[in-house]
Design a protein around this ligand. Structure first.
Ligand code: ADE
Length: 295
């Protein structure tokens, strides 16, 4: 049950990439429950159809298969949505993916795949939605990023891509303001618990259980707590908010890290032995120092 008023998004049309699972599914669910028509897009048509079966009980949902890395498929997704619903109000760029790895061990193929999905895919979605619709009609975009504000150990690829997406949010919020488009980012912390997120980390340890007591709220967050923020940013309540990022982590990014550094002595204190310790003071320097000391 959404905290927003019923029918807030009646007659609105939204696209949610990665809308069939995890945070994307929660966003699609809340938009539908508020009366929006929602296109859920993802690479896997099976996951989409399963989700659409469930979400279809809430409202008007259409699954469209789309690999956001492919320009022609992105063009077809935006075009197909406009053909079916005749308009587009909201774009939620949630589709993405990554795998944990030390930065030093990432293959170029793995690195490129994550950059292409999270950064290039989001860019293509924004560009096409803008060129095909938002440019002439306005609209609102929310880009889902991540808690990468202090770097993202073990996730260098997605950390770099998500930081770049927020920069894209800032750039387009200025470039497209005159066209009535607002663009914001939402950064769910790594403390938002969902089966999809758990699969990103480890099969053997319950990471969410392990970090729970290190989080300021002493609990993990839910996907519904992310979707509420997204609905707020899409709504008229955020009519003067653009180019911003909302962290959905209850201050965890200010306090906690999931990464621990092993005990080591590999960064010893800097030892500087001056070759000559005589301090040379010119007359001019002396005068100015004396003058300053009178102040
Ligand atoms: N979710 C994860 N990867 C994706 C992709 N390449 N296209 C669409 N949705 C995705």
């Amino acid at each position: 049950m959404s905290v927003f008023r019923p029918d807030l998004f009646k007659n609105c049309v939204a696209i949610v990439t990665g809308g069939g699972t995890g945070i994307g599914r929660a966003i699609s669910y809340e938009l539908l429950s508020l009366g929006a028509k929602v296109v859920i897009a993802s690479r896997s048509i099976e996951k989409l159809e399963n989700a659409a079966g469930e979400l279809g009980k809430i409202g008007d949902v259409t699954p469209i298969q789309c690999n956001i890395r492919k320009e022609d498929e992105v063009k077809a997704l935006i075009g197909g949505t406009l053909k079916k619903y005749g308009k587009l109000d909201f774009l939620v760029n949630n589709g993405g993916g990554q795998f944990p790895s030390p930065a030093a061990d990432m293959s170029l193929k793995g690195w490129n795949a994550v950059i292409e999905t999270n950064l290039t895919g989001t860019y293509l979605m924004m560009r096409e939605a803008y060129n095909q619709w938002f440019q002439d009609h306005g609209g609102a975009i929310v880009n889902i990023i991540a808690d990468m504000w202090r770097g993202f150990p073990m996730m260098a690829h997605t950390g770099a891509a998500r930081a770049a997406v927020h920069n894209l949010t800032m750039t387009t919020s200025v470039e497209w303001a005159a066209n009535g488009v607002r663009i914001n980012s939402v950064a769910p912390g790594s403390c938002i618990s969902s089966p999809t997120a758990a699969a990103n980390y480890s099969d053997s340890v319950d990471v969410f259980e392990a970090i729970r007591d290190k989080l300021p709220p002493h609990r993990t967050g839910t996907t519904d707590e992310v979707s509420g923020a997204v609905c707020f940013l899409l709504s008229p309540a955020a009519s003067f908010i653009s180019g911003a990022c909302l962290n959905i982590d209850c201050a965890s990014s200010l306090y906690t890290t999931m990464f621990s550094i092993p005990e080591h002595k590999n960064l010893p204190a800097y030892k500087w032995i001056p070759a000559q310790q005589k301090v040379v003071t010119t007359k001019k320097d002396k005068t100015s120092t004396d003058e300053k000391s009178k102040l």
